[in-house]
Design a binder for this molecule. Structure first.
Ligand SMILES: CC(=O)N[C@@H](Cc1ccc2ccccc2c1)C(=O)O
Ligand SMILES: [Mg+2]
Length: 368
C-alpha cells in the first residue's frame, strides 16, 4: 500500500486512581497515537511509551521526534509499504522499539481492515476471550491496598499482581495472600527496583506461593536474574529485559527466567511479539500479555495477542475502567474475569474522533 500521510496525535487522559510503582506515581496517561492514511484506508497504532523515560529509555516526546524525523519519512517516501516489510524499512534506526511498534501496528491495522481480517485471525488466536489479571499499585497503606484488591476480586479478575519495591514488599504480599486465600493467583512486579544484595530478602517471598516475581533487577542485568533464579523457588519473569526474540531465547537458555511478560510495544511490534510467543512455545516457557495502560486502541491488539495458544497465564489486559473513566474506543468490559477478542477487521475497534479532539494536548502533527 502507499502511505499518503502519517498523523501523530497527543492526548492526555486522567487515570481513575493514581498508579504508583517503584519508578514513580502516575495520575494521568499521556497517549501518543499514530494514524496512517493510505491508498487502501486508514489504520491506528498506539505508542506505549510513558511521558517520562522512567520505565524504559523511550518517552513520548522522544517517540514523537523519531516518528516525525525518521520513521514517518521512511514510509512516506516508499512507493509500496507493508507491515511485514516495515521493520526492514526502518532497521537503519537503532532502538526506538515503542515508536516503531506504533507505526507498524497502524500499517497492519490499515492492511487488515482492507483485507477484512481481524488481528486475532492474523496473529493465530485460538480463543474467543482471554483470562484477565490486574496490576495493583503501591498503596498509601495496607488497609487501602486490601480495599483496592478486594474490589478487583469482586469485579472477577482472575489474577492479582502487586507492585513491590524495597520497603513495600513482604508485608503487602503477606496481607494480600491472607485476604485472597491460599489458592488465588498472585504475583509481584518490582520494575527493576532491587539489586543482588536483596536476593536473601526476596527469598522471603517463597512463603506466599506466588506465580512469579517480575523483573526484580535492571533491564541489562541477566546475570543477577540467573543468580536469583538459582536461589529462589518463586519463578522469575522478565519484562523490561525482553526487547526481542533473541534476548528472550538467550535469557531462557541461561535460566535467568522461566516465564515471559510479552509487550508488543516494548519489543518493536506485534510481529516480533508473535515471534517471541512462538519461540517460548518451542522452549516450553509460558507467556502472558503485559500492559502499558493502553487506550482501547492498544488494548484491542493486546487482547488479540493474548488469545494465542501459549499465552497460558492471565495478563495485565484489564478492563478499560481499571484506568479510564471513559475510553477512546468502545470500552473493554470484564465478563467473568475475561475480555472478548475483537472479531471485526483490523484491531476491531473504532477511535471516537470527538474524544480525539476533546482530549488533544495540541493539534495533531500531519506528515505527508
Ligand atoms: C500494568 C503494569 O504494571 N504495567 C507496567 C508498568 C507500568 C506502570 C505504570 C505506567 C504508567 C503509564 C504508562 C505505562 C505504565 C507502565 C509493568 O508491567 O511493568
Ligand atoms: Mg512489569
Amino acid at each position: 500500500m502507499k502511505v499518503t500521510a502519517v498523523e501523530l496525535h497527543l492526548l492526555a487522559m486522567p487515570l481513575v486512581r493514581p498508579f504508583e510503582t517503584s519508578f514513580g506515581r502516575q495520575t494521568a496517561r499521556t497517549v501518543l497515537l499514530v494514524r496512517v492514511r493510505t491508498d487502501v484506508g486508514d489504520g491506528w497504532g498506539e505508542c506505549v511509551a510513558m511521558a517520562d523515560p522512567v520505565y524504559s529509555s523511550e518517552y513520548v516526546a522522544g517517540a514523537e521526534a523519531v516518528l516525525r524525523d525518521y520513521l514517518a519519512p521512511a514510509v512516506l517516501h516508499a512507493d509500496e509499504v507493508t507491515a511485514e516489510g516495515f521493520a526492514g524499512l526502518v532497521s537503519f534506526v537503532i532502538g526506538h522499539r515503542m515508536a516503531k511498534a506504533a507505526l507498524e501496528t497502524a500499517l497492519l491495522d490499515a492492511e487488515l481492515r482492507t483485507a477484512e481480517r481481524s488481528f486475532g485471525d492474523y496473529f493465530g488466536a485460538v480463543r474467543d476471550e482471554v483470562d484477565c489479571g490486574v496490576s495493583v499499585g503501591v498503596a498509601p497503606s495496607i488497609p487501602e491496598l486490601l480495599d483496592e484488591v478486594a474490589g478487583y476480586v469482586d469485579e472477577g479478575y482472575r489474577r492479582i499482581k502487586l507492585k513491590i519495591k524495597p520497603g513495600w514488599d513482604i508485608e503487602p504480599v503477606r496481607e494480600v495472600r491472607e485476604l485472597l486465600g491460599p489458592d488465588a493467583l498472585l504475583q509481584v512486579d518490582a520494575n527493576t527496583a532491587y539489586d543482588a544484595a536483596d536476593i536473601r530478602h526476596l527469598r522471603l517471598l517463597d512463603a506466599y506461593e506466588l506465580l512469579l516475581i517480575e523483573q526484580p533487577f535492571v533491564e541489562e542485568d541477566i546475570a543477577t536474574h540467573i543468580q536469583l533464579a538459582r536461589e529462589i523457588e518463586t519463578p522469575v519473569c522478565l519484562d523490561e529485559s525482553i526487547l526481542g526474540v533473541g534476548v528472550a531465547v538467550d535469557a531462557i537458555e541461561r535460566h535467568a527466567t522461566s516465564i515471559i511478560n510479552i509487550k508488543a510495544g516494548r519489543v518493536g511490534g506485534y510481529l516480533e511479539a508473535v515471534r517471541i510467543h512462538d519461540a517460548c512455545a518451542e522452549l516450553g516457557v509460558p507467556v502472558w500479555c503485559g500492559g502499558m495502560l493502553e487506550t482501547g486502541v492498544g488494548r484491542a491488539a493486546n487482547v488479540a495477542l493474548a488469545a494465542l495458544e501459549n499465552f497460558t497465564l492471565p495478563g495485565d489486559t484489564s478492563a478499560s475502567r481499571r484506568y479510564f473513566a471513559e475510553d477512546l474506543t468502545e470500552p473493554f468490559e470484564l465478563v467473568d474475569g475475561r475480555l472478548r477478542v475483537p472479531t471485526a477487521p483490523g484491531s476491531g475497534v473504532t477511535v471516537r474522533e470527538e474524544l480525539l479532539r476533546a482530549w488533544a494536548v495540541r493539534a495533531p502533527v500531519i506528515l505527508t
